[in-house]
Write a protein that binds this ligand. Structure first.
Ligand code: 6PG
Length: 256
């Protein structure tokens, strides 16, 4: 496993700007190499301002959004117009403000009563688009992390079939079902970026990055192709023991 790359940004505004730029570069690199890109969005509150930034100038014009396929790493079991829907948040903050053909927006059917069916449908949709590849490789996966070390909808103590690409899980803490991509699929991605902010995440972040024995779902995201990039604000990084490079000297060059 490659060492994660960690960028520590001084505050939320800097984190949002740096994350938007990092995402833009990753998408541009994929568009240059392959002519199209597959981008997995995350839910939660942290990415919302990042999506809003990407929907504005200069990113709005800079990126060929119409050539990007959008997916979701997880979804709540609610209809697409529900306030808790991850699709709805991304639609409002990003997709509705850009010109993306409908056939490139691949949402999870959170409204299906049969959540297992919703997971299987999404897995089939992903496989169909990857045409023949055993495990499809997304160009970019964006993830967040909860205070308990969960990522996507993979929570500590949640059991899932490791061979599946997408699963329906029961989350006891929430008393809800969720649909989530699994590490098998997420780890096949060409690039994974976590965005995490706030003091409340500090203990979980230190565990995931510095305790090799940690069993947190976020720690299971170790893509084969590249190191994970963690973009965090100072409060979230406050319990890291290792001296990390300041973000300014850590930002990557053109060709990521
Ligand atoms: C979701 C997620 C989840 C999220 C974390 C962090 O649907 O809620 O995809 O894994 O990324 O809970 O969320 P915040 O950004 O709100 O802290």
């Amino acid at each position: 496993m490659k060492e994660p790359s960690v960028q520590i940004l001084s505050d939320m505004d800097s984190l949002v700007s740096a994350a938007a730029e990092e995402i833009a570069r990753a998408l541009e690199a994929a568009l240059r190499e392959r002519g199209s890109a597959a981008f997995v969005l995350t839910g939660g509150t942290t990415p919302k301002p990042v999506y809003e930034t990407l929907a504005q100038s200069p990113y709005r014009e800079r990126i060929a959004w119409e050539k990007i396929d959008f997916f979701w790493g997880d979804e709540r079991c609610v209809p697409p117009d529900h306030p808790e829907s991850n699709y709805r948040m991304a639609w409002q903050a990003l997709l509705s403000r850009l010109t993306v053909p409908e056939h490139r927006i691949h949402r999870i059917l959170g409204e299906l009563e049969d959540t297992e069916q919703a997971a299987l449908c999404y897995e089939a949709e992903i496989r169909r688009l990857a045409a023949g590849t055993a495990i499809p490789s997304f160009d970019l996966v964006l993830l967040g992390m909860g205070e308990d070390g969960h990522t996507a909808s993979l929570f500590p103590g949640t059991a899932w079939d490791p061979d599946r690409l997408v699963v329906a899980v029961w989350v006891p803490r929430l008393g809800r079902r969720r649909i989530s991509m699994t590490p098998r699929l997420l780890n096949a991605a060409r690039r994974v970026i976590f965005i995490t902010a706030g003091q409340a995440k500090a203990a979980a972040l230190a565990k995931v990055l510095e305790d090799p024995a940690n069993d947190y779902p976020a720690g299971k995201i170790q893509p084969e192709a590249d190191s994970v990039t963690w973009m965090v604000d100072k409060p979230a990084a406050s319990l890291l023991a290792s001296k990390r490079m300041p973000a300014s000297s850590h930002l990557r060059g053109e060709d990521r």
